[in-house]
Design a protein around this ligand. Structure first.
Ligand code: A3P
Length: 284
């Protein structure tokens, strides 16, 4: 397949054609939310799978079966992906747990509770670089510097990290959107689980919160075959090249980016984020 065949353009965003078809994107556009749907939103590689582990555990009061029965992509499905329409979401009991990589301005109307997870873009870039080497439905990233330019120009799947994050930071209905960062979750997972539970109006005992946080530690999640993508065939995702749950740390960019690449990143970041007031936990 050529690069042009591997991706299609959906409302100006690049999406991998194998995962996102005209039918699946139509299904997403026409999706009718219920007021109590819980929606995890991320730019790819920002902690989606992690949150898909945390939220079901919270909603089930810490029941391990909530993350051991279905793979994450069926447990908290991506609405725009090809499989979503096969999961019979209309029949699912409320509150449904859903995922999307959509920017705010492309969301179907009337969604309500959103957990928006963001991550230091340099680490998103690194994670994405390795992911592009393993996933056959994504274009080979080529040399790191070339991929960095593509990433900073938004010529990667789901477009520009900057536009995505800014769209969700500027979103209306702020009281129904929880913004949390990957780094906050790394720094204090127990506190993050507690805050997410509070946002979801789920009152949990401190011991339950502790148990959930422990289960969601990187080393423990790696052993959950329903969350580590081991069920995905190798021709689709070759984890011998790089595991999906790869390093699970904050600041890996320092090991991966050259000084020149990091400086260029900072330069672009400063310009693109100059109108954003909010302070992030990551250190840029
Ligand atoms: P790395 O490639 O930096 O290791 P997404 O699920 O949005 O695709 O994001 C994948 C990234 O989240 C990967 O980052 C993965 O290792 C990390 N991740 C997944 N579960 C995690 C956990 N429990 N703790 C820390 N990081 C986790």
């Amino acid at each position: 397949m050529t690069e042009a065949e591997m991706y299609s353009v959906y409302k100006g965003l690049l999406v991998p054609s194998l995962l996102y078809t005209p039918e699946s994107l139509k299904y997403f556009e026409e999706f009718v939310f219920r007021p109590d749907d819980i929606i995890i939103v991320t730019y790819p590689k920002s902690g989606t799978t992690w949150t898909q582990e945390i939220v079901p555990l919270i909603m089930s009061g810490g029941d391990p079966a909530s993350v051991e029965t279905l793979p994450n992509w069926e447990r908290v499905p991506w609405l725009e992906e090809i499989q979503a329409c096969t999961f019979n979401l209309q029949q699912r009991a409320s509150p449904r747990m859903l995922t999307t990589h959509s920017p705010y301005n492309m969301m179907p109307p009337s969604f309500f509770e959103v957990i928006y997870v963001m991550r230091n873009p340099k680490d998103v870039f690194v994670s994405s670089f390795f992911y592009h080497r393993t996933a056959s439905f994504l274009v080979n990233p080529g040399p790191q510097t070339d991929f960095l330019h593509k990433f900073l120009d938004g010529k990667v799947f789901f477009g520009s990290w900057f536009d995505h994050v800014k769209s969700w930071l500027k979103a209306e209905d702020k009281e129904h959107i929880m913004h949390i960062s990957y780094e906050e979750m790394i720094l204090d997972l127990k506190d993050s689980v507690g805050r997410i539970a509070q946002f979801l109006n789920k009152s949990l005992d401190p011991e339950v919160i502790e148990k959930i946080a422990d289960r969601c530690l990187f080393k423990n999640m790696k052993n959950n075959n329903m969350s580590n993508y081991s069920a995905v065939p190798r021709e689709f995702m070759d984890q011998t090249k790089s595991e999906f749950l790869r390093k699970g740390i904050a600041g890996d960019w320092e090991n991966q980016l050259t000084v020149a690449e990091a400086e260029h990143f900072d330069f672009v970041y400063k310009d693109k984020m100059k109108d954003v007031k909010c302070k992030f936990v990551w250190d840029l």
